[in-house]
Design a protein around this ligand. Structure first.
Ligand code: GLN
Length: 524
């Protein structure tokens, strides 16, 4: 390896916070950092066994933004002083979030080649902070899935094992961060799509409190559940990014008026003494992989040693959460996706024989443009909403949603923060669950309750399962608007675990995550 490539290797492994410090200290330029990430993407993302985390790479614009930051810093003065802490730190954006100047596909053929005429609010905020946007990341079509295999543009591979799934729907964002193709990424989480990919790739993912990050410009899947959030390698990095994208937005009617407490300060608090941490009885044990369970227990021990009080809470209605979610989510999606009609956006397919009516154009377009999982959910949703079945299905699911919320209320009387494994298993093999939708849906059993209740959740790496050596995720949940608690507990647990491992978990990743070149990939 040349000296230069070793330096780039070191650069891409820095946390966003450490990179920001080096940029401020003038030890490295934003162009160097951005170029190092673009080189990494070029090396590991493409080809037959590439990670395929990116659907679009935005090299030119990213470098231009980086150069602008460098010029401002070099000139010094008030403008340099006013630069955002993360200015010049690159980021990748899930391709469900609209961006000017880059395509937005939602992982679907129906939006192939479509360019948004406006930026999502979160993207505007990244631009205001002068963070170079590296590109758009792969996802399950319209964010429906737990493995990124439902993308119309091929699956993303898990950097820990290229034959395994990176989770979903935001597998692209998680894999990009895990494979050192980006220090930061944005995801969206409707039922776990930030947290579950975080768990299976050994990264950190946060679903903020519903309404605390604007959804304006996130292509809607299920509007009452969707939330944009950070995908990072450290808890502090998530807090930093959360602070950039959060805050009130008049263009989102469900946006909370008041800001959250200081998340970065919370991540730096450094103690959990006296904090009551509640184990959710229903979200571990039976049905959870043995290695997931043992890493979970280990984290509980560490938190106890650090002075937290561990209590057990019961949320009996969580057993119905998955069922309720798979009625509410498809119902809302069936309505949200009605706008993809072959007229307003993207693909238009004309029927091969006359007559050329609007209905037939719409049918031909949707038949060709939507994949199987999206069709399955539209059918499920329209059925659940149909007259005669509405009360029995959609209505009942909404009642369950209220019961799940009440379970959380009761649990948060007994505990300040709740804890569970993020996902019942480690990353499964590509193709393993593709033909079994119910098995796929079960991956979200631990993440979905938070979406139904609107409460925030954070997943952080809890170690490797003994039986397969793959990452396990630990999930923390807090009451609505108390996202700061997640960062406080998460940062403490992260530092205790890293002390045990002798460094970040990703440093232990075989192959891609540590190799820096395609050599090991080709050797396979
Ligand atoms: N995997 C879940 C689903 O398929 C969650 C998706 C998401 O959070 N976007 O619905």
């Amino acid at each position: 390896m040349t000296e230069q490539s070793t330096a780039a290797e070191g650069l891409i492994r820095l946390s966003a916070a450490d990179l920001a410090e080096k940029l401020r200290a003038g030890e490295v330029t934003a162009v160097e950092a951005t170029q190092a990430y673009l080189d990494r993407i070029a090396t590991v993302d493409g080809g037959e066994r590439g990670v395929n985390a990116f659907l679009h790479v935005n090299a030119e614009e990213a470098l231009a933004v980086a150069a602008e930051v460098d010029a401002i810093r070099a000139a010094g003065g008030a403008e340099a002083e006013a630069l955002h802490y993360l200015a010049g730190v690159p980021i990748a954006v899930k391709d469900l979030i609209v961006t000017i100047g880059q395509p937005t596909t939602a992982g679907s053929k129906i939006l192939e080649g479509w360019h948004s005429p406006y930026d999502a609010t979160v993207v505007e905020r990244l631009r205001a902070a002068k963070m170079p946007i590296l590109g758009k990341t792969n996802l399950d079509e319209f964010a429906m899935g737990s493995s990124t295999e439902h993308s119309a543009y091929g699956p993303t591979r898990n950097p820990w094992d290229l034959d395994r799934i990176p989770g979903g729907s935001g597998g692209g964002s998680a894999a990009a961060v895990a494979a050192f193709e980006a220090p930061l990424a944005l995801g969206t989480d409707t039922g776990g799509s930030i947290r579950q990919p975080g768990a299976v790739t050994g990264t950190v993912g946060v679903k903020p409190t519903y309404g605390s990050v604007s959804r304006y410009g996130a292509i809607a899947m299920a509007s009452s559940l969707d939330q944009i959030g950070p995908v990072t390698r450290t808890v502090l990095d998530s807090a930093l990014l959360h602070q950039v994208i959060g805050g009130h937005d008049p263009r989102d009617s469900t946006s909370l008026p008041e800001p959250l407490a200081d998340l970065v300060a919370a991540a730096k608090t450094g103690n959990v003494e006296g904090l009551r941490i509640g184990i959710i009885k229903e979200l571990h044990g039976e049905g959870y992989q043995a290695g997931v369970e043992s890493r979970f227990n280990e984290s509980l021990e560490l938190l106890k040693e650090a002075g937290a009080e561990i209590v057990e809470v019961s949320c009996p209605n969580f057993q119905y959460a998955l069922g309720a979610y798979y009625l509410i989510m498809p119902s809302e999606a069936s309505s949200n996706l009605a706008k993809f009609d072959g007229v307003r956006f993207g693909l238009r397919v004309l029927p091969t024989d006359p007559p050329l009516t609007i209905e037939r154009v719409m049918a031909a377009t949707r038949a060709a443009g939507f994949g199987d999982e999206v069709k399955r959910r539209i059918i499920l949703g329209t059925y659940a909403l149909s007259a005669g079945y509405y009360d029995a299905y959609y209505g009942s699911a909404q009642k369950v949603r209220t019961l799940v919320q009440r379970d959380f209320d009761a649990a948060f009387e007994l505990a300040d923060v709740l804890i569970s494994p993020t996902a019942p298993t480690t990353a499964f093999k590509l193709g393993e669950k593709l033909d079994d939708p119910l098995a796929m849906y079960l991956n979200d059993v631990a993440t979905i309750p938070a979406n139904l209740a609107g409460v925030p959740g954070l997943s952080l790496p809890g170690g490797l399962a003994d039986e397969d050596g793959l990452p396990v995720g630990i999930q923390l949940l807090a009451p609505a608007r108390e996202d700061a608690r997640l960062y406080r507990v998460g940062a403490v647990l992260e530092s205790l675990l890293e002390a045990k491992w002798g460094g970040p978990l990703l440093a232990q990743a075989p192959e891609l995550a540590t190799s820096g070149t395609l050599e090991t990939q080709e050797a396979k």
